[in-house]
Design a protein around this ligand. Structure first.
Ligand SMILES: CC(C)(COP(=O)(O)OP(=O)(O)OC[C@H]1O[C@@H](n2cnc3c(N)ncnc32)[C@H](O)[C@@H]1OP(=O)(O)O)[C@@H](O)C(=O)NCCC(=O)NCCS
Length: 169
């Protein structure tokens, strides 16, 4: 991330992630999910020019990230997370909205994502950000011995200008 990528918003700096950020992305994912993705998972996804990641940083380090993919006029949010210490400070909303603006600037007109039905925090964030449910995938998520439903959410996008510089274009 370079100085040119950065913007300040409520004490957090958002910047686009590159090859030098793979360890950071894997470390953030490990702190936020029971089934951690490896550095190589992020490398494989970000190899595709259609994918992008944004990282939220504070003075003390990385606080969260979003990973998304835009193909033609559709964007998919692949994952989004904020470390426990920084939750409920608006970082998740800032990351999501920055990703939506970037996807829109790449031509996306709709965005889709999957969220576990029992993930109250993420569902609250998406509902507050204009997403609505368009499908249910029964048993999509593993919860130890049992399985939980996945909800497919959608939001339409309006043309807007991204404030995060898109280094992958
Ligand atoms: C979901 C997650 C990214 C939210 O990040 P966050 O930085 O805490 O969210 P924000 O502070 O930006 O919250 C924005 C809005 O989301 C909703 N929200 C956030 N956390 C919530 C919670 N625990 N319960 C209900 N609503 C919640 C609220 O509407 C909130 O607005 P408000 O604070 O004005 O009420 C975070 O909880 C997280 O990383 N969870 C673990 C990983 C995960 O589940 N990712 C989503 C995968 S689909």
């Amino acid at each position: 991330m370079t100085g040119g990528d950065r913007r300040e918003r409520a004490g957090v700096t958002l910047g686009s992630a590159g090859a030098g950020d793979l360890d950071t992305l894997a470390a953030l994912h490990r702190q936020c999910f029971a089934e951690a993705w490896a550095r190589s998972d992020f490398a494989r996804i970000l190899e595709a020019p259609t994918s992008f990641a944004l990282i939220a940083r504070t003075a003390t380090g990385a606080a969260g990230f979003v990973l998304a993919r835009t193909v033609v006029d559709e964007c998919e949010i692949l994952t989004l997370a904020v470390t426990p210490a920084y939750r409920r400070h608006g970082f998740g909303r800032a990351l999501l909205h920055a990703a939506l603006a970037l996807a829109t600037s790449r031509g996306a007109r709709a965005v889709f994502l999957e969220v576990a039905a029992d993930n109250a925090a993420a569902r609250g964030l998406y509902a507050a950000s204009g997403f609505r449910m368009v499908g249910v995938r029964e048993g999509y998520y593993r919860r130890g011995a049992r399985r939980g439903d996945g909800l497919t959410l959608k939001r339409t996008l309006r043309r807007t200008r991204s404030l995060v510089k898109d280094h992958r274009r």
